[in-house]
Each structure stands twice: as C-alpha cells, then as structure tokens.
Design a binder for this molecule. Sequence first.
Ligand SMILES: [Zn+2]
Length: 255
Amino acid sequence: MPNNMTAKTVAKKSSATKAPIAKSSSKKKEDGVPLSVVIRRRIQAKKARFHANDNISAFLEPGDIEGLVDEVAEKMQGVLESLVIDTQSDHNTKNTSRRVAKMYVQEVFSGRYQEQPALTKFPNVSHLNELMIIGPITVRSACSHHLCPIMGRVWIGVLPSKNSALIGLSKYSRLTEWVMCRPQIQEEAVVELADMLEKKIKPVGVAVVMDADHFCMQWRGVKDRDSKMINSVMRGAFLRDSNLRREFLALIERK
Ligand SMILES: [Zn+2]
C-alpha cells in the first residue's frame, strides 16, 4: 500500500527532525536568498522605486506577504535580542517579534503591499460642478524617520467638472487609508493623495488638508504634546480661485 508507506516515511521524518525548521519554510527563501532580496531584485529589474512610501504590490507574488511577515519576525527577534530583552522568560515579549511583523506588514504599512483598492466610478450624470467636501477622514500613518505613529485627520475638497468621474464617498476613505498606511512624511503624503485623486477623477480642482499629531514629537524628541502639523495642497481651481479656496477652508474649519 503505497499510501501507507508515504504516511510512514513522513511520520518518521517529522519525528526525527524535532528542530525549529518547520514554521516558515516554503516561501521564505529561494535558494537561500531572503524573500525581501528576491522582491528587491524584481523591483530593480524594472528600475522601479521602493522608498518607504512607495507601493510595491506589483512586484509581489501570492504568498509573499506571509513570507515577508516570517522574515520580518525573524529579524525583529534579532532586534529584541540586541535590546537585551529576555524573550524566553518574559512572557510578555515571547511573541512580540511576530506581532510586530504582522502589524507592520499587514496593518500599519499595508499600503505598501496591498493593491490599490478598486474604485467604482460613476459618470457625472447630473453634471455636478459644485464644491464637494469629504472629511474629516481619520488617518493613521507613521513617520519614515522614526516609524512613530502619526494620527490625524484629512479633508478632501473636490470641484468636479461636468465630465469628471465620481467615486463613492467611502472610496475617499479607502484611498486615503491606502496612501497613509505607509511610513512617510506628511508633506509628501498629502501630495501623493492629491496626485492620485487628480488622476482618478480628473476634477477641475482638488484640495487636501491634513492635520496630525506626530508621535515623534510627543513620545520622543522635544516631547511637545501639543504640537501638530497642518499641510494643505491646492490644485487647479483651488489654486486659481481664492474664493473657492476660502470657501473650502471656512467649511472645514466648522467641522
Ligand atoms: Zn519622526
């Protein structure tokens, strides 16, 4: 019975190799090369950029995200060891490396690894061309200098043209989240968000305002608890028309 035999051989093997190999075998390495290096090579072959605030989903294959979690967990364990934290006896830190790896790859930096959320666009049938304001959208990000949290709010102003595509309201939040869930600096984040909205909806004007608490100012550094950063990007009609700009700013101030 060949089936039986296979089962036996497998059983034997697994009992013989007690060792800690099992967990993260398959996707992690290709010929001993770390997965992150494999992905980096794919990106470099296309001469693409992979800064902290870039999305690299186009270079990932199925299973890579899980593989990256494994690799980051392994390296994070090294960081804890270098911090001289006894992750064996201290039960609080036993699985910290894996928790942090999952948090980075699958949550707080997921905007680097996940594809752009799908957008349903609606034709502007009633030819709306009035100012639309979306917000405040809650934003969670992290600074790329310290990987400290940035917690804030974003307002988006759109002046559609009669021919602009419209996207559902919830999609503004999704897109914002996708851009913000990456390590970055706020000045670049708002620009990227404005660029993307311009490309997607081709409005007459778009405005983005973000105000946020930067934990690298509060948790470390100057430890200034009240410092906030406010950035705005004005495009198209918002740049040319000071009345429109004022109307937008006055309306968001009231929210
Ligand atoms: Zn920082």
